[in-house]
Design a protein around this ligand. Structure first.
Ligand code: ZN
Length: 232
């Protein structure tokens, strides 16, 4: 299979589905990571233009370590809009990756960029199959399946769990490659960078009987996708 994971910010995919992506790669599947914004607001100390370059380098390093291709869209952090230019960029990203399955932020997630990217992904999946909607790459033959990633919030009701116990340590190493964020997460949220991820994955693991799990919510798209479970 081909898998596309779309994060609003450079470290989101590692945080929300890094274990699942490691399992896909281990299983011989092709993974593409798409990052919508440049992450330029994620510091109190580093100027935005400089930070965007640093974060792109970190995302490239993490994707290479994972064994994934990276699509960097470079929209401004904190300002992602569900607009036509953004939609066209998302359609082209989907067409480049040609995925069987897509992992994306939940539409009810806490950050405005996450919610905008959820809407952009959902709309891009359908439009990517419409040949008259032109981008650089050709239209897809059929729509991929879509799973929303865990928000960690009380209202998130998973439909599917992935046991990431075997790759959990490696997942923390992937997240740690986003070095610019160690200080920011600590400054902004008062926690060590991996702590919220560790707690969420441990809690989801308890809910399904394993040590660490990632949780997803299947979105059933009337116009396509497979009825099969396409998670590891
Ligand atoms: Zn984010």
């Amino acid at each position: 299979m081909r898998v596309l994971a779309v994060g609003a910010h450079p470290d989101d995919v590692e945080f929300h589905c890094g274990g699942t992506l490691l399992l896909y790669v281990r299983g011989g599947h092709e993974v593409t990571v798409c990052v919508a914004t440049n992450g330029d607001k994620g510091s109190k100390r580093i100027p935005p233009a400089e930070l965007a370059e640093i974060r792109r380098g970190e995302a490239e390093e993490a994707a290479a370590r994972l064994g994934a291709d990276l699509i960097w869209l470079g929209f401004e952090d904190g300002a992602l809009q569900d607009g036509l230019a953004e939609r066209s960029a998302f359609v082209e990203a989907v067409r480049r990756a040609r995925p069987d399955v897509v992992l994306a932020h939940d539409p009810e997630d806490y950050h405005p960029d996450h919610r905008a990217s959820a809407s952009l992904v959902r709309d891009a999946l359908f439009l990517s199959t419409v040949p008259s909607v032109r981008t650089a790459s050709p239209a897809l033959e059929s729509m991929p399946s879509l799973y929303w990633m865990d928000t960690g919030a009380a209202g998130f009701q998973p439909t599917d769990y992935v046991d990431v116990t075997d790759v959990y340590a490696e997942k923390e190493q992937l997240l740690a490659l986003h070095r610019s964020q160690w200080e920011w997460i600590s400054d902004h949220s008062g926690v060590e960078i991996a702590e919220p991820m560790r707690v969420t994955n441990r809690f989801r693991g308890m809910a399904c009987g394993v040590r660490y799990a990632e949780a997803f919510r299947r979105e059933w798209l009337a116009a396509g996708g497979s009825p099969a479970r396409l998670l590891p």
